[in-house]
Each structure stands twice: as C-alpha cells, then as structure tokens.
Design a protein around this ligand. Structure first.
Ligand code: NAD
Ligand code: UD1
Length: 342
C-alpha cells in the first residue's frame, strides 16, 4: 500500500489555506491543519470535509507555541509544511506593528525551530508581491527588489524571506518554496468556501461584492489620476483555486529541489479597478455604484507578475479568467451573505 504523504498546513482554516486544504485532500495527501482561528472559522474546514469526503485533522493552536508544535511533530509523521498562518491587513500593521512581527516573523522562526528539531525540512511559505516595494518594473520577475516595503506587514514578509535564505544556507537539507502571491480573489465554484473578512473589507473584491449585495452603498475607487489607461490602479488578480493548485505544484517540485526557490504566483495580466467593476457587472448582471475618491496612501499605479519562472519550473500557470473570478466571488457572497457567521 502506498503511504499517503502528510502535510501540516498552518492557517489552513483561512481563505487561501482552506482552498489549498481542499486541493491537497483531493490530490491524496493527508492534511493536518494548525490554526488559532483569529481570522477564520472552523466551519470552512467542515465544509472542505463535506466537499472531499475526507476530514483534515485539526489542531486549534498558535504557531508561536513551541511546546504545541513539538507535540504535534512528535505525534504526527509530517513530510512537509505549508505556512499560511499570519496577519495580513496593511493598515492594521501600521497601527500595531508588534503583532505583525510577532505573528508573522517570530511565528515563522518558532515554526522553523520546531521543524528543524523534528527533522522536517520541506517548507512552503506564503509571501506576497508586496515585498517588491514601490517602483518595480512590470511585469515583475523574481529578481526585482525596487526598495523596502512601505509598511510593517510587507517588512514582516521580506524579513521572513531573508531568514529563510539564511536558514537554507546554514544547512542544505532544507527545501523551501517562497510563493509570492499577487492579488488572490474568487472562491471555490461551489460557493461553499470563500473569503470572509471581519468588519469593513480592505481589499477590492470583498468590498465590491458587499456593495453589489447592498450591504454598503457604493464602492470608493481610490484615485483615477494614475498613469494607467483609465487612471485607476492596475493589479494582477488571480483566482484562489489557481493559487491553491500552485501550492500543489510547488510541493511536488520541492521533492527534487533544495535551498530557497522563489516563485511568483500571478496571471501576468493586469486589470484596472474600473475594468474589474465592469467585469463584475457583466458576469453577474448586477449594478455596482461607485464614487471616485482620493488615492489610498501607499498604493501604487501598476503591479502585475512575470509568472514565467513558475511556468518553467513548476509546470503551473493560472487557468481561470477574470469573468470566472467575478462569478465565483458573487456565488460565494450571495450564498453566504454573512460569511461563515450564519
Ligand atoms: P487569512 O487571514 O484568511 O488566513 C490566515 C490564517 O492564519 C487564519 O485562519 C488565521 O486564523 C490564522 N492565523 C493567524 N495568526 C496565527 C497564528 N499566530 N497561529 C495560528 N494561526 C494563525 O488570510 P489569507 O488571505 O488566507 O492569507 C494566507 C497567507 O497568505 C497569509 O500569510 C498572508 O499574509 C498571505 N498573503 C495573502 C494575500 C491575500 O491577498 N489574501 C496576498 C499575499 C499574501
Ligand atoms: C493589498 C495590500 C498588499 C497585499 C494585497 C493582497 C495595501 C496598500 N496593499 O494590495 O500589501 O499584499 O492587498 O492582500 O493594502 N481599491 C479601490 N477601492 C477599494 C479597495 C481597493 O479602489 O475599496 C483599489 C486599490 O487602490 C488598488 C486595487 O483596488 O488599485 C486593489 O486593491 P486591494 O484589493 O486592496 O489590493 P492591493 O492594494 O493591490
């Protein structure tokens, strides 16, 4: 009998983590989720279990808890770790930087210490296009580092990347994948799992969907005076299921790679805010009132990936188009108007 590989997914109850848990279970992995549920609900994993007919094991706990991690590795023969757990709100990170350095940076150090002690050396880390900072040239490839990120969230991610480089230099047993996500959006096509932000959403798609639902009167569009074809900001939106598949590809690739491997996960296409609004209205037959307001501090004009390294080395590319992203966002939102809180 072939033994199923065991993957520990930290933050696996969250938005990207729950979709990745689904993809890994379907691919035949055994999944163990560690999550403190600070920004998610256990219901996401219950739904994943229903969708796959297989339940991931769940440990309710914090990635900074070394004793818990040591026990977890002692009781489970873990082959690889996918590390999503962390905080991700840029504005909050400016007001409460220490929480970001604690959960994100210190949390990753504790996790790596426990992995090293247990002899588990295969790690995939959730990084972000935010590490490129301002002024990178589009399409952005993995070699570019324009300047240091402008906020504590981005800095916590860039620091972790540097720590992982040092770790891999110290011992060639490590195989590490650093995945730099562009703008994840959408939801599983069933509408059973999706993004469930607490309070007023920070990001475009969750905000837009709540306006379409009538929970918010209008979408503020942050500036129409950028140097783009219609003046609004351009981003590389990637469907969360494509992103989840990217983790599966990276996991497989790490079996034959060592050191730190950085891969951009994006589509390579940029869409403006106005194009996203139009695509949402066309895909879903609904109206999205909006108002142009001032620029949001820290925003840049254009950001999209050169995803060719991931295509070459992982055999992965994003398949789902903008219309599908819009349709799936809306299905999730209409089926779960209050997210997982019903
Ligand atoms: P999310 O908030 O939905 O998921 C993160 C999960 O980690 C949550 O379930 C939360 O409860 C858990 N968590 C937080 N701190 C923890 C801790 N100390 N111990 C244990 N669990 C903890 O966010 P997401 O959108 O799924 O993002 C996942 C990862 O991807 C994050 O590291 C984020 O920074 C990164 N990322 C996200 C985006 C995005 O736009 N969503 C873009 C780039 C990078
Ligand atoms: C944001 C984060 C970035 C993080 C990324 C993915 C900031 C400054 N940056 O990127 O660090 O890695 O999310 O989580 O928060 N927009 C509006 N109205 C809105 C919301 C957004 O016009 O209500 C515009 C923005 O100005 C931008 C685009 O929509 O042009 C996308 O914004 P958003 O979804 O917040 O993502 P980013 O700013 O790209």
């Amino acid at each position: 009998m072939i033994e199923r590989k065991v993957v520990l997914i930290t933050g696996g109850a969250g938005y990207i983590g729950s979709h990745t848990t689904l993809v890994l279970l379907r691919a035949g992995y055994k999944v163990l989720v560690l999550d403190n549920l600070s920004n998610s609900s256990y219901l996401s994993l219950k739904r994943v279990s229903k969708m796959t007919g297989t339940a991931p094991s769940f440990v309710h706990g914090d990635v900074r808890d070394r004793r818990l991690l040591d026990n977890l590795f002692r009781l489970n023969k873990v082959d690889s770790v996918i590390h999503f757990a962390g905080l991700k709100a840029v504005g909050e990170s400016v007001n409460d930087p220490l929480s970001y350095y604690s959960n994100n940076t210190a949390g990753t150090v504790t996790l790596c210490q426990a992995m090293a002690a247990a002899g588990v050396c295969s790690l995939i880390f959730s990084s972000s296009a935010t590490v490129y900072g301002n002024g990178a040239t589009v399409p952005i490839n993995e070699e570019q580092m324009a300047d240091y990120p402008t906020n504590p969230y981005g800095r916590s991610k860039r620091m972790i990347e540097q720590i992982l480089f040092d770790l891999a230099r110290s011992n060639d047993k490590w195989s590490i994948g650093v995945l730099r996500y562009f703008n994840p959006v959408g939801a599983h096509e069933s509408g059973l799992i999706g993004e469930d932000p607490l309070g007023v959403p920070n990001n475009l798609l969750p905000y837009l969907a709540q306006v379409a639902l009538g929970k918010m009167p209008e979408l503020p569009i942050f500036g129409d005076d950028y140097e783009t074809h219609d003046g609004t900001g351009v981003r590389d939106y990637i469907h969360v299921m494509d992103l989840a598949e990217g983790h599966l590809s990276a996991l497989t690739a790490l079996e034959t790679r060592s050191g730190v491997n950085i891969w951009n996960l994006g589509t390579g296409k940029g869409y403006s805010v106005l194009e996203v609004v139009q695509a949402f209205e066309a895909a879903n037959g609904c109206n999205v009132p909006y108002r142009i307001v001032g620029r949001r501090p820290g925003d840049i004009a254009v950001c999209y990936a050169d995803p060719s390294k991931a295509a070459r080395e992982l055999g992965w590319h994003a398949k789902l188009d903008l219309t599908t992203m819009m349709r799936d966002t809306w299905r999730w939102q209409t089926l779960n108007p209050n997210g997982y809180r019903d």
